[in-house]
Design a binder for this molecule. Sequence first.
Ligand SMILES: Nc1ncnc2c1ncn2[C@@H]1O[C@H](COP(=O)(O)OP(=O)(O)OP(=O)(O)O)[C@@H](O)[C@H]1O
Ligand SMILES: [Mg+2]
Length: 240
Amino acid sequence: MLKLRNISKTYGRAQVKAVDNVNLDIRPGEIFGFLGPNGAGKTTTIKMIVGLLKPDEGVITIDGVNVWEEPLKAKSMISYVPDNPEIYDRLKGIEYLNFIADMYGVSKDDRRKKLDYYLELFNIKDAVGDIIASYSHGMKQKLVLTSALLNDPKLFILDEPMVGLDPKSAFNLKEIMRKMCDEGRIVFFSTHVLEVAERLCDRIAIINKGKIIAMGTMEELRSHAEERESLEKIFLELTE
Ligand SMILES: Nc1ncnc2c1ncn2[C@@H]1O[C@H](COP(=O)(O)OP(=O)(O)OP(=O)(O)O)[C@@H](O)[C@H]1O
Ligand SMILES: [Mg+2]
């Protein structure tokens, strides 16, 4: 269970809160979409969940573990795919993957099995011997995704994961996200691709100017709108 309680964050001396009193409860087996306009506070929220930013107020727990007070314990349960795959350019792909696998204590056997599977699936097997500086944006994204799938995270967090992925890789990623939920994990991701959110998510939250303005299943979001209204239309109305 992922819990956010009264989470707020202001950057530096900014006048307004980037994240303003956010509360979330996400259950194992749920795939949760986090939507909102540019600058709404999605990445800031995500960075607080994964322990990269300290909330000014509030508490975040994963299975009861306070992310800020027990960071190693919390992080051992998390995999995080950031919005920008800024990784060690001078390492070879395989060196990066082994580094991450070492950090998470993934056994040699498990590591080999998973690498064989995901490198083939994402079609980057031939590139892992090259240095990361030579990768395209999408290749870096797929390398980070692969590294995030090496441990068996209870919580899989992705910040705009579809950006830069080719159609087949995006399809594969969606299948992986679904499968992870079926295994009882939590998948939490931000996206601007509303069709993906509509089709994939068990529940959705919309954040605007740091505040959650809507949350629920597609059915629940629709209950305030006209029947059969698309998520796009609901989103545009709510964030106007
Ligand atoms: N490092 C930073 N320093 C100062 N202000 C920041 C910083 N990062 C984000 N902000 C501000 O915090 C607010 C929320 O930004 P955030 O990156 O969380 O939005 P977002 O919902 O992820 O947007 P996008 O859809 O564009 O990725 C914005 O007003 C932004 O200008
Ligand atoms: Mg963002």
